[in-house]
Design a protein around this ligand. Structure first.
Ligand code: HH2
Length: 291
């Protein structure tokens, strides 16, 4: 009889450009830094370089383990940004943060032409919400040793909320991620450098009796079982507003509840706007989970 299990064990560390980071002590909190004029919840607030750097420093003081710097909004319906403009937004901020904070930096981009100079400027992780739509992305990660986040999305941000459909959202997302993991590995990205993300809010049904985001959170264990670090970004997203009937400014409690459930179900990295509050919730849930 075969004794090997088809299910991998939960990832215990993540290999990024600066070396491995432990995932078996407590979940990591990734602070969001949107250097954009139009992000869905904080567009324009950190578009100025000094404001961006100061906000990142504040998030590190509040307990952020990672800072994710993005120069293109991927909110539903958004238009793409030219690589030159995206690079112009993120590179000076990354360079300055590389000198000023001592947590690993991540660049949130779909474009290798942005990721490459971002890595040179100090990013240790590429957070690719399109999971390798740019064929140069996996070779870049392989060559540089950057950690690579592969996120599930249907289509692109412009059209992703137009009639998304799944047979079984968790199984479909899992199969998609397995395929992208296979491509990344085939290109030479080390298995333990690849993190995965269900892509809450990216082409997921919400608000009409079907809550794909809630289903993905409830059944997150089916992604954790793939053996890769699992990143979850629920912070302030529309499904929270839809379920609770609250506007953007009142989504903190819902975001924290989602972070708590994700932690309970095995998430390794929480991508959030409110670091201090999330840190406390995640640490408490983790303590209960580990008791
Ligand atoms: N969500 C957003 C952006 N990047 N990356 C990962 N890995 N997972 C996510 O869920 C995720 C992400 C969207 O949120 P935000 O950055 O706040 O807004 P915008 O795209 O409008 O800049």
């Amino acid at each position: 009889m075969k004794t090997t299990s088809a299910v991998a064990t939960r990832a215990r560390s993540w290999r990024i450009r600066t070396g491995p980071i432990a995932l078996d002590k407590r979940p990591l909190v990734m602070g969001i830094l949107n250097v954009t004029p139009d992000s869905f919840s904080d567009g324009g607030r950190f578009f100025d370089r000094q404001a961006a750097v100061a906000h990142a420093q504040a998030m590190v003081l509040e307990g952020a383990d990672l800072i994710d710097v993005g120069g293109e909004s991927t909110r539903p319906g958004s238009d793409p940004v030219l690589a030159s403009e995206e690079a112009r937004r993120v590179l000076p901020v990354l360079s300055e943060l590389a000198r000023r904070v001592d947590v690993p930096l991540s660049v949130d981009t779909r474009k290798a032409a942005v990721a490459e100079p971002a890595i040179e400027a100090g990013a240790a992780i590429v957070n690719d919400v399109s999971a390798l739509s740019d064929p140069q992305m996996a070779p870049l990660a392989a060559r540089t040793g950057a950690g690579l986040v592969l996120m599930h999305m249907t289509g692109d941000p412009k059209t992703m909320q137009v009639a998304p459909h799944y047979d079984d959202v968790v199984r479909d997302v899992r199969a998609f991620l397995q395929e992208r993991i296979r491509i990344a590995r085939q290109t030479g990205v080390p298995t333990d450098a690849i993190a995965i993300d269900p892509g809450l809010g990216f082409g997921k049904r919400t608000g009409a009796g079907i809550e794909d985001n809630a289903t993905l959170l409830r059944r997150l264990g089916e992604l954790v079982d793939l053996g890769h670090p699992v990143l979850v970004g629920a912070s302030r997203k529309s499904f929270i507003g839809n379920i609770l009937g609250v506007p953007m400014k009142d989504r903190l409690e819902g975001s924290l509840a989602a972070a708590a459930v994700a932690t309970w179900n095995g998430a390794h990295i929480l991508r959030v706007h409110e670091v201090r509050q999330t840190r406390r919730v995640v640490d408490l849930v983790n303590a209960i989970r580990s008791a």
